[in-house]
Design a protein around this ligand. Structure first.
Ligand SMILES: Cc1cc2nc3c(=O)[nH]c(=O)nc-3n(C[C@H](O)[C@H](O)[C@H](O)COP(=O)(O)O)c2cc1C
Length: 213
């Protein structure tokens, strides 16, 4: 337990609030089930709050110009207030589903004000196929990099053959996958602590460098 919060303690963290969502709207979604499993396997001190993206309208700059709709504002506030974000993506046509792109599009706005900018994000995904969202996760990492999120480096959590990893009640029963998910969450704790410490060091450095330089 002591090394679990090694970096987090360094950054003065004792508890972490993670918001988590899946890029799927369907009730029987393996990715929504993976989010729920993350909540159950979270290390001590970490809470994982599942949030839904089904109420977000299609991104439309005209709508945005009149002010974020209430569902978008709530979504962005949840991301902003979280210590970190966990995203489970399905793979659609080698990339991420449109509903997830839409959520990222809203969250990436406005330039300079995005709740994703500088935010620690961890990525995972489940699919019944053999590649288990490997291509979708690369796609998602690309979008998150553009939004200046601080995405947890690999190893990835790739749940292939998802129909054999979850039971009929969508409980994650595959023990090796449970172990990898728990390990990802522990790495995420340290990643968040490390990012906090790095940001603090940057602030201190900025204060030491004369403004004219
Ligand atoms: C439009 C569409 C495209 C898909 N493309 C892929 C794909 O490229 N690779 C893959 O592994 N699975 C693909 N699938 C299957 C999904 O991985 C599968 O439906 C998965 O269960 C969706 O995630 P969910 O269970 O969280 O809803 C596709 C499914 C749909 C509906």
């Amino acid at each position: 337990m002591a090394d679990r919060f090694e970096h987090a303690e360094y950054a003065g963290l004792t508890a972490l609030h993670i918001v988590a969502f899946a890029g799927s709207l369907r009730r029987g979604s393996y990715n929504r089930a993976l989010v729920r499993a993350a909540g159950a396997l979270a290390p001590e001190g970490m809470t994982v709050e599942p949030i839904e993206i089904d109420a977000l309208p299609f991104y439309n700059a005209d709508v945005e110009a009149r002010g974020d709709p209430a569902t978008v504002a709530v979504f962005k506030a949840a991301l902003r207030e979280a210590d970190g974000i966990l995203i489970a993506t399905p793979e659609y046509n080698d990339g991420i589903p449109g509903v997830l792109t839409n959520a990222i599009d809203w969250a990436s706005r406005l330039p300079g004000q995005s709740p994703l900018a500088g935010k620690p994000v961890a990525v995972m995904g489940a699919s019944p196929g053999q590649i288990g969202t490997a291509r979708a996760q690369l796609h998602l990492r690309q979008l998150l990099a553009h939004a200046q999120a601080r995405t947890l480096p690999p190893p990835e959590l790739i749940v292939a053959a998802a129909h054999t990893r979850f039971d009929a009640e969508l409980q994650l029963t595959h023990e090796p996958t449970r172990k990898v998910l728990a390990a990802l969450l522990e790495r995420f704790v340290n990643w968040i602590g490390r990012e906090r410490a790095a940001a603090e060091a940057e602030r201190q450095l900025a204060g030491m460098i004369p403004a004219s330089r």
